[in-house]
Ligand binder design. Structure first.
Ligand SMILES: *Cc1c(COP(=O)(O)O)cnc(C)c1O
Length: 396
């Protein structure tokens, strides 16, 4: 009797699950030793910052990617704010930032009084168009912030050459770009400074979390001071000074050891996490390519100089109306896809200061780009359902 019931029960549960399945856009996850390491951090008697797990995480990145010096921060936003302080951005300085990005890319520099000059995206992908960069430079320009959107590299040789010719700092907003490369060079290692994010929506997570990478040694000493609230406490711990003092501006940019412990467990599983994300990405890409071939949608383009770290899977619809219809259709089927970013040059905050600016390609991505669920624990059944529903949408 039990034998007979089994297949029936199984298929009942199966269809029950499918019917009530809710597929979130993102889901935080445990990859292995996260909870164990958090316990160890607590039991070690020190859960404030710059302890054993913080150092382990920093060394991991320094060793694996050859980053000169890494400092964990509480967010990528914080790392960008540190970069703005380190570049000594002053009121009136101009900083070039893509419009199609998260607010922090610009806001970190606005906090220091910078005037933001927004760059348009490339037609190939949402990264800033390096061919239009030179036209934005004025005698007041001090820095260029590039965003490797979806973990796909910007054209860094071109950008670094323009920066060098004009004596500008380059900051990589590598929030989405962990374990991705430009012509074999790790993203985050190319600009003078770089910022990573370990927010729960990124590939490698710690809830909130980030990291500043210092590639230019001129910034190394000062970065530590800014990180430690403007004190030389790090030098004090190393025995380099006999007491620690307030020596510069700074803030509380260090994460606690609880956060670093979670992060270190994720880093131990980086290969496994990346392999799974790439598998999901490749399935989306392959299963949708016939829709692209028939002209129904557009898929991401990875330039030959870039790798794909599977941070994000997006597709490009024909119009804002079609985008809303697709997101609405998926939502009706309990699948949560999202669009983003409203171009920063169109934001209420910026428009009030700068008036109307026209960046049509950035606006195109704001209107037409749809991000699909892509997270480590997304199951094959869930992904198939998402794919089937999108195909159904385009065939109806
Ligand atoms: C996520 C993200 C940020 C912000 O990261 P936080 O760690 O949440 O501060 C900044 N820039 C880009 C491009 C991002 O994707």
């Amino acid at each position: 009797m039990i034998e007979n019931e089994k297949p029936f029960t199984h298929s009942l549960i199966h269809s029950f699950n499918i019917h009530f399945l809710v597929i979130p856009f993102n889901k935080p996850y445990l990859s292995g030793n996260e909870l164990q390491y958090i316990g160890e951090a607590v039991q070690s008697g020190k859960i404030s910052g710059n302890g054993v797990f913080t150092k382990k995480c920093q060394h991991f990145f320094e060793e694996k990617y050859g980053f000169r010096r890494c400092l964990l921060t509480t967010s990528c936003t914080d790392a960008l704010e540190m970069a703005a302080i380190l570049c000594d951005i002053q009121a009136g300085d101009e900083v070039i930032v893509p419009s199609y990005t998260f607010v922090s890319t610009a806001n970190a520099f606005v906090l220091r009084g910078a005037k933001i000059v927004f760059a348009d995206s490339s037609t190939e992908n949402p990264n800033l168009d390096a061919d239009k960069l030179s036209a934005l430079i004025t005698p007041k320009t001090k820095a260029i912030v590039v965003v490797h959107y979806a973990g796909i590299a910007c054209d860094m040789d071109k950008i670094m050459a323009i920066a060098e010719a004009n004596n500008l700092f380059v900051i990589e907003d590598a929030a989405q770009a962990v374990d991705s490369f430009y012509n074999g060079r790790p993203l985050g290692s190319i600009g003078h400074l770089s910022a990573f994010s370990f927010h729960e929506t990124k590939n490698i997570i710690s809830g909130e979390g980030g990291m500043l990478v210092i590639n230019d040694e001129r910034f190394e000493k000062r970065a530590e001071i800014i990180w430690e609230k403007g004190t030389n406490r790090s030098a004090f711990w190393r025995g380099e000074v006999d007491k620690y003092n307030w020596v510069d501006i700074g803030s509380s940019f260090l994460p606690s050891e609880v956060v670093a412990a979670y992060l270190f467990a994720q880093l131990e599983n980086l290969e496994k996490i990346q392999a799974r994300r790439k598998q999901i990405w490749a399935k989306y890409y392959n299963d949708f390519s016939f829709l692209e071939q028939s002209g129904k949608l557009k898929l991401p383009i990875v330039p030959s100089y870039a790798t794909n770290n599977a941070h994000m899977f997006y597709l490009l619809t024909d119009s804002i109306e079609q985008r809303d219809a697709l997101i609405g259709f998926l939502k009706k089927n309990k699948i949560y896809a999202v669009f983003h970013y409203i171009s920063l040059h169109s934001s209420p905050f910026y428009k009030e200061k700068a008036g109307d600016v026209s960046l049509p390609i950035s606006d195109y991505y704001s209107d037409c780009l749809v991000r699909l669920p892509l997270f480590y624990e997304l199951t094959e059944v869930e992904q198939q359902l998402i794919i089937d529903k999108i195909i159904e949408f385009y065939n109806s």
